[in-house]
Design a protein around this ligand. Structure first.
Ligand code: AVI
Length: 328
């Protein structure tokens, strides 16, 4: 579907939520129990994530914003080799596009011939993004796509055969397990053409307390972000989780770089979903989310493994976060 610059965003009827029930039931049947963090982002989850991004402890957004707002031309030079060639700028997990909007404004000012294709699992945040960007950058050609990364990347491919520059910012990549990250980059490489570019935001390993604090805030916003998935399951799947009987627990392993969140059952209890019953033991954890942290050599290893060449790596002033620019 090609929309022109004037059209307003209409979320597609569909799709991601079709698997919601089976993913949740499957996850709760594993040992240990696991719930996919991609389902955190309903309307309330989007709001809570916006709050997380403005918490003093959550340095990730500020660091990447430093890169996008203060090193915009360095970034643009890294991603654009031939200024004559029209391209699609595709952002996976675009969210509110707060960071990328600096790059978008720069490219529009430089009169680049490109279309912006933000992809997100949350239709709610995409329509907010769409409204804001149309006001802020009226000359931007924008085609939002709601859905999973690879499905929507395929859709973007069917829209045009232009050069692609793919952004995956915010350390969204860190929400995958390491073997998933390897597969993800391999698949991404296979879907792109020679000369296409990707920009990946990685949160770097640093003092472990700084990392743990970013996910273990005293105000309890991250806890509410995790617990909100139980509320969503209750509302959308008719379950009866008692939120007072689950407690957020966070840990960080400075060796592997895995920062993980759990919800711990505070007593022996049963949760029902229609005719299904799930039993929880006292102190049994549900694995909720991984937020993986990386070293620069690990990042280079991902690039080589998946067949990308590193064009440049841009860090923030504190060197806590890096945006790596890779080419197929
Ligand atoms: C979206 N993602 C990169 C965030 C992160 O840092 O892993 C989600 C998040 N979870 C808790 N705080 C933020």
């Amino acid at each position: 579907v090609h929309r022109d610059k004037q059209s307003t965003y209409i979320p597609p009827k569909r799709c991601i939520q079709e698997n919601f029930y089976s993913d949740i039931i499957d996850g709760l049947s594993y040992n240990p129990k696991k719930l996919p963090s991609k389902y955190f982002y309903d309307e309330k989850g989007d709001q809570l994530f916006q709050q997380i991004m403005s918490m003093p402890e959550y340095y990730l957004t500020r660091c990447e914003l430093d890169i996008f707002s203060n090193k915009t031309s360095e970034l643009a030079t890294g991603i654009i080799s031939d200024s004559e060639q029209p391209f699609d700028l595709i952002e996976l997990g675009a969210g509110d596009a707060m960071k990328s909007s600096f790059l978008l404004k720069y490219l529009v000012r430089e009169d680049m011939d490109f279309r912006y294709i933000p992809i997100d699992i949350s239709g709610n945040i995409l329509s907010i993004l769409n409204d804001n960007l149309r006001k802020d950058i009226p000359d931007l050609d924008i085609v939002p796509l709601e859905g999973e990364y690879f499905d929507m990347l395929e859709k973007a491919n069917s829209l045009s055969k232009r050069k692609k520059i793919v952004l995956l910012l915010g350390s969204n990549i860190g929400n995958m397990e390491r073997d998933e990250i390897h597969d993800f980059f391999k698949q991404l490489n296979a879907k792109l053409n020679k000369g296409d570019i990707i920009v990946i935001g990685f949160d770097l390993k640093k003092n472990p307390s700084i990392i743990l604090n970013a996910y273990n805030d005293r105000t309890g916003i991250t806890a509410a972000f995790n617990l909100n998935l139980l509320t969503r399951i209750n509302r959308e799947l008719g379950a009866d989780f008692d939120l007072r009987q689950f407690q957020h627990y966070q840990n960080y392993d400075p060796i592997s770089g895995a920062c993980r969140s759990y919800l711990v059952s505070l007593k022996d209890q049963k949760v029902t979903f229609g005719n299904q019953t799930i039993n929880f033991r006292e102190n049994e954890p549900i694995e909720m989310e991984i937020s993986q942290k990386f070293s620069l050599p690990e990042i280079e290893h991902f690039a080589q493994y998946a067949g990308f060449d590193t064009i440049t790596k841009i860090t923030d002033a504190q060197k806590w976060f890096v945006d790596a620019v890779w080419q197929v």
